[in-house]
Ligand binder design. Structure first.
Ligand code: SF4
Length: 361
């Protein structure tokens, strides 16, 4: 697939744009004012490969907490701010690497100028974020019709809103911008990106907003994000889930890996199980997946339930186990390394084959 050509911006040391890999981000779900809880959550995200983290900044106490949070983490931090320019200034002063704020919602020109000046001085990019559910009144009249027509008119209203905010920044000679256009349905999201891509070359932050709980949200996000990526849109992604943020990161990498866009980390392949299964595939696969989070080399690990189809599949993966009468056969790069491993020892036996984990034991 060909990526839409964009300019590059930098969030801290992470480049975002078509000349670079598609970065993975998440958002903390802790109270930002609770710096310890927020740092701990970000550290867990760092361990599993999250590359950018966003924190909500609802008040000055939260903006103040950024200082201590930043001193304990190593990935770039984006401050998510609604309306209040003082919070934006404080966040920049405390070391935020990026802002998510819509300049059109800040208020007077003087306030906007202060924020933009501070952002420019600290080389802090601003993300303009338009959500279909909160389009300004002035553009709501554009939204008409049903079905396809509704998707198209909603997308047009979203793009008009985005351009309004973009022009404010451009008017102040500020181009360190990325844009997100999030709708709850895939067609509207896709149309909005297509329309804005004709107008500007700023990188896109993509995702499906309010996607849902773990399973439904991940599926909906995968469909939406994959459609955008296949059209070449998307330079950084966040999967939004009503689930722990670590799950968002896993979902994001899974989507990128399925499309061949990132190879980092372990892919666990497991069979759906059937009456032939002789081991507890589900719980073994779940635990193996958890234990392999954060691994940096691209590897595939198969967990298969029986000796009928299992060995073939397991041997195609880098590492694998296939069940047989409550016991397991362990494979490594296509060769059997251990037979007759009892079920309780399968996970340890499988993980002990993985080179990258050896240094951690
Ligand atoms: S690998 Fe074996 S247990 Fe798993 S679905 Fe296939 S036949 Fe069933």
């Amino acid at each position: 697939m060909r990526r839409r050509k964009t300019r590059t911006i930098y969030l801290g040391n992470v480049p975002i744009g078509s000349g670079h890999h598609i970065s993975v981000q998440s958002m903390t779900k802790t109270d930002t004012r609770d710096a310890v809880a927020t740092i701990n959550q970000i550290k867990r995200l760092e361990q599993i490969g999250c590359e950018i983290v966003r924190v909500a900044v609802p008040d000055l106490e939260a903006a103040d907490a950024i200082k201590v949070i930043k001193s304990h983490i190593s990935i770039p931090l984006v401050a998510d701010i609604h309306f209040n320019y003082r919070l934006a200034l404080k966040a920049i002063e405390n070391g935020a690497d990026g802002l998510r704020i819509n300049p059109g919602n800040i208020g007077s020109r003087a306030k906007v100028e202060k924020v933009v000046k501070a952002a420019a001085a600290s080389n802090v990019p601003i993300r303009i974020g338009v959500n279909s559910g909160s389009i300004e009144k002035e553009f709501k009249g554009i939204i008409k019709g049903e079905g396809k027509k509704l998707a198209e008119t909603t997308a047009r209203a979203m793009v008009k809103s985005a351009l309004k905010h973009i022009r404010i920044l451009e008017g102040l000679k500020f181009h360190n911008i990325k844009v997100s256009l999030k709708a709850t349905d895939v067609q509207t999201t896709l149309t909005a990106h297509t329309l804005l891509a004709r107008e500007r070359d700023y990188p896109f932050h993509i995702g499906i907003t309010e996607a849902g709980t773990l399973l439904t949200g991940a599926v909906k996000s995968a469909v939406g994000i994959a459609m955008l990526l296949l059209k070449g849109y998307g330079d950084t992604i966040r999967v939004s889930l009503s689930a722990p943020p670590e799950r968002e990161v896993v979902a994001a990498y899974t989507i990128l890996r399925a499309l061949g866009l990132r190879e980092q980390g372990a892919e666990v392949i497991s069979c759906p199980t059937c009456a032939r299964s002789t081991i507890d595939v589900e719980s073994i696969a779940e635990e193996v997946e958890q234990r392999l989070l954060g691994i940096s080399l691209p590897i595939s690990v198969a967990v298969m339930g029986c000796a009928v189809n299992g060995p073939g599949e397991a041997s195609r993966a880098d590492y694998g186990v296939a069940g047989g009468r409550g016991r397991g056969v362990i494979f490594r790069h296509g060769k059997v390394t251990r037979r007759n491993v009892d079920e309780a020892s399968i996970i340890e036996a499988l993980l002990s084959e993985i080179d990258e984990l050896k240094g951690r034991r």
